[in-house]
Design a protein around this ligand. Structure first.
Ligand code: UD1
Ligand code: CA
Length: 453
């Protein structure tokens, strides 16, 4: 059955105390509303509607790529009002699933349990039992256990307040009925709002079956109203992700001290030490080891590569059995071939480092193509920038660059060449040549050292 999915994101979120829309605050590096849109997109045969209002332009801009139908709800008057605004855009048959931009961890598997029960004469509610139901709408059942209504906290009697089964807000209603019910909503209640939850009593009256589904865990239906709840859900998501990584064959030295802000894919026998942060899309091959305090963003790391502590890798590709760090910084456009070594206090940028080549200490290698088995001595700098333009350095296979060399680009050092330590290389060097570019040393015998008078 085709489905409309409505995501409510018009609310003010005043408790966030933020210049940004609440639903754009991130959980696991991804704006909450984008998480919900991604989950909704995973359901088959669905048409997305996004209700925006407060700070709506921001939400609209940040969610453009989902091509959801944007519906404006300026001056929001309740969850029922939100659905009334989208009503003209709903399909005539099928059903409408209502989700919330600030309930980010809802799972597709739970929503699929709901859609599996959907019929033109069934309303599916996602409910949960809470030890403390304060603030939530209560699920009112009759003696036979049939759902009869949802009563909001502010409208509930003392007896109803004792009910601990609550409305998560997520519901799936058949469109043919929903249109009638929405048209009949009133705002005659404690908050003067149009309550979407009033359709439950209408459904019961109309003899529509009301069935309930429970989420797998409480975090799926937890909403974010302030930054304390945002932080709590962030921890919950990080915990869930850590469990999934371990179940998939990665060793985490402390599952409470890893942060994945995006997607981390791992091969078998990956070992990750504490306090590592992964951002965007990161892929780690089998046998990869990562030391403590590393930051990896949008990169692919080949099998058996070892990344030692305090290294940063951004937008780079690393092949197999490489050795990186400690304290290495691979900036965007770095590509390491198999068995390359980048040591401590080395920065690379737009650099191809050939198989088995080593840049072990205190160097900057930028805009460079380096062949295989090159040895770059400590303190080597590619001088790639004249203040306006960037220039390239090319280094052939088996080159030996002595320590403290400046390679002033554009410059080429051909295969097998040797650069003497301390050289400033401004002219290209041919195959197998030795280049000296430093003042010659003079030694004077019996030099009378200056002395105080
Ligand atoms: C709602 C439910 C309540 C349920 C609870 C679960 C109603 C009347 N009540 O209450 O039964 O237990 O959620 O969290 O539905 N929003 C809009 N436009 C509006 C109003 C709200 O987009 O006009 C959005 C808000 O930004 C928020 C969400 O809908 O993300 C829920 O609205 P809120 O007013 O917080 O509902 P609750 O009072 O919590
Ligand atoms: Ca409210």
């Amino acid at each position: 059955m085709t489905q409309d999915i409505v995501i409510l994101a018009a609310g003010k979120g005043s408790r966030m105390k933020s210049a940004f829309s609440k639903v754009l605050h991130k959980i696991g590096g991804i704006p909450m509303v984008r998480r919900v849109l991604t989950t909704a997109s995973a359901l088959s045969d669905s048409k997305l509607h996004l209700i925006v209002g407060h700070q709506g332009e921001q939400v609209e801009t940040s969610c453009q790529d989902f091509s959801a139908n944007i519906v404006w709800q300026n001056d929001p008057q309740g969850t029922g009002d939100a659905l009334k605004r989208v009503a003209p855009f709903l399909q005539t048959d099928g059903a409408t699933l209502t989700l919330y931009g600030d309930v980010p961890l809802i799972r597709a598997s739970t929503l699929e349990k709901m859609t599996a029960l959907s019929t033109p004469n069934t309303l599916v509610l996602l409910t949960i039992r809470l030890t403390n139901p304060t603030g939530y709408g209560r699920i009112v059942r009759n003696e036979q256990g049939k759902v009869m209504a949802i009563v909001e906290q502010k409208d509930a009697t003392d007896r109803q307040l004792a009910i601990n089964e609550v409305n998560t807000g997520i519901l799936l209603a058949p469109n043919s009925h929903l249109q009638t019910w929405l048209a009949a909503l009133t705002n005659n209640n404690a908050q003067g709002e149009y309550y979407l939850t009033d359709v439950i009593a209408m459904a019961a009256q109309a003899g529509v079956d009301i069935v309930t589904v429970n989420p797998e865990n409480e975090a799926e239906v937890a909403g974010v109203n302030d930054r304390v709840q945002l932080a709590a859900l962030e921890r919950e998501l990080q915990h869930q992700q850590a469990i999934a990584l371990m179940q998939n064959g990665a060793t985490l030295l402390d599952p409470a001290r890893i942060d994945v802000r995006g997607t981390l894919t791992t091969g078998n026998d990956v070992i990750i030490d504490v306090n590592c942060v992964f951002e965007g899309n990161v892929v780690l091959g089998s046998g990869v080891e990562i030391g403590p305090n590393c930051f990896l963003k949008n990169c692919v790391i080949g099998d058996n590569t070892v990344i030692k502590s305090n290294s940063m890798i951004d937008d780079s590709q690393v092949a197999e059995a490489c050795d990186i760090g400690p304290f290495a910084r691979l900036r965007p456009g770095t590509q390491l071939a198999n068995k390359a070594k980048i040591g401590n206090f080395v920065e690379t940028k737009k650099a191809l480092i050939g198989e088995g080549s080593k840049v072990n200490h205190l160097s900057y290698i930028g805009d460079t193509e380096m062949g295989a088995n090159v040895n770059v001595g400590a303190g080597t700098i590619t001088c790639n920038y004249d203040g306006v333009n960037k220039f390239k350095t090319q280094i052939g296979d088996n080159v030996f660059v002595g320590s403290n060399t400046s390679l002033v680009a554009p410059v080429q050092v051909a295969e097998g060449a040797t650069i003497a330590a301390g050289s400033t290389i401004t002219k290209s060097v041919s195959e197998n040549q030795l280049a000296f570019a430093r003042a010659r040393q003079t030694n004077k015998d019996n030099w009378p050292r200056p002395s105080k008078k």
